[in-house]
Design a binder for this molecule. Structure first.
Ligand SMILES: [Zn+2]
Length: 114
């Protein structure tokens, strides 16, 4: 069974492409993104640390798109080996403002044990 990060609440859910059992929100529409943040690639401790980043972002905005892009921008900035962000131009200022307000937890990339 795959354990994966929920981009909405930061919880760890069963199944990368399934709705989250904590918040009920479904996967992103980007399958490769959902798979990257699963235990196919990273240890569950790392996924939990990414979850802490999402919860910190969520404290500063309730807008789902801003939350999502703030997390993507965080990953692209601090862990550029994972992905590069192609953020919609209109999101950029808002996302940078949110990230400045956040006290971002440390995330250590650990490969999966599989
Ligand atoms: Zn969730």
């Amino acid at each position: 069974m795959t354990l994966a990060l929920c981009f909405h609440c930061g919880g760890i859910k069963f199944g990368a492409l399934c709705p989250c059992e904590h918040c009920g929100v479904g996967a992103t529409s980007d399958i490769s993104l959902d798979i990257v943040f699963s235990d196919h690639h990273y240890a569950v401790e790392t996924l939990e640390e990414f979850g802490a980043v999402i919860r910190e972002i969520n404290r500063h905005t309730t807008d789902p798109m801003t939350r999502f892009w703030a997390f993507i921008a965080y990953v692209a900035t601090y862990h550029p080996s994972i992905l590069a962000a192609e953020m919609p131009e209109e999101m950029r200022a808002r996302v940078e403002n949110i990230l400045r307000q956040c006290t971002l937890p440390t995330v250590t990339l650990r490969p999966t044990y599989r």
